[in-house]
Ligand binder design. Sequence first.
Ligand code: ACO
Length: 330
Amino acid sequence: MTVSERIIEKAIAAPKAIVLPEGDEPRTLVAAAEVLRRKIAFPILLGNKDIISAEAEKLGADIDGATIIDPECSADAEMLAGELYELRKNKGLTPDNARGLVRDPMYYAVMMVKLGLASGLVSGAVNTTGDMLRPALQIIKTKRPGGIVSSAFLMELKDKNIGEDGLLVYSDCVVVPDPTAEELAQIAIDTAQTAQVLCGIPQPRVAMLSFSTKGSADSDSVRKVRQATELAKGLSPELCIDGEMQFDAAIIPEIGSAKAPGSPVAGRANVLVFPDLQAGNIGYKITQRIGDAKCFAVLQGLAAPCNDLSRGCSADDIVKTIAATVAQAE
Ligand code: ACO
């Protein structure tokens, strides 16, 4: 069973209400119909009812059973605006600004999750990652005070000899442009937890990636990775983590044992932590486009699950992301 199939099964066992702010977007509607058919979640579509119904009919998407809410004329809008004002007044938000913001489906959806009216949200088929992330970061906030939000990309490879039976978990490919050593350490710990809890990997083995393996080169950026590795070990002594190491040393057993003899991770890593967002984002796209891997991402570190889609996503990607959001809400 693939990791996405496992996550879908998990969601079916305990489906939850997931709000979809891009409610009239065609791939989102097809995904909502599939989610309803397979009882993966209870979708809440935001947008104009007439437009959503007409678009669904045109697509042949049966969304009977989905809740539709129009933020422009919802009876809850005033209440959500009041709550949003309370949350952000110390950042200069006025009651009028708050009223205006909750008419934006993204803010409306984030407020629904914040107040427990939905268990999570999925967006990004139309909106950019920044547009989706900013309200989530501002309002949902982090699980731990002072924590960091990042992403985990689940990469399903054709070659089952790599990673965990063909599964590699990459981080961070979406959120933190240039993490400090402390942030990178936290990203490594959170990704190992996502690998274990969401993906069912019994023993995450975390490789801290660099262009250097165990001192073969030196620079400020290499020293950052080395420091992050030590910090993560200190914060989470039970974690199986090693670095710094190159990509090939992390995943190819012969290269791992040649370049990092005795490492518990080298050659057998199933979690790969990139030194910054440039490397992570480029790395996942190379794996996807040239390596022909299937992939989807989840955000980690938020107090409630909000997940971002790529604007090039398929309806099937949205179904998987909705299922992962249900599983994270568990
Ligand atoms: N973790 C926790 N909180 C955060 C984080 C984080 N990683 N980043 C920002 N915040 C908080 C800030 O503390 C702030 O809180 P406050 O308003 O309560 O004080 C709030 O979020 C907003 O922060 P800003 O600094 O105003 O937001 P910023 O403009 O830096 O945007 C963002 C944050 C959107 C995450 C930015 O870092 C970004 O654009 N990241 C890259 C996104 C992207 O384009 N990814 C690549 C494409 S995605 C793909 O290919 C799949």
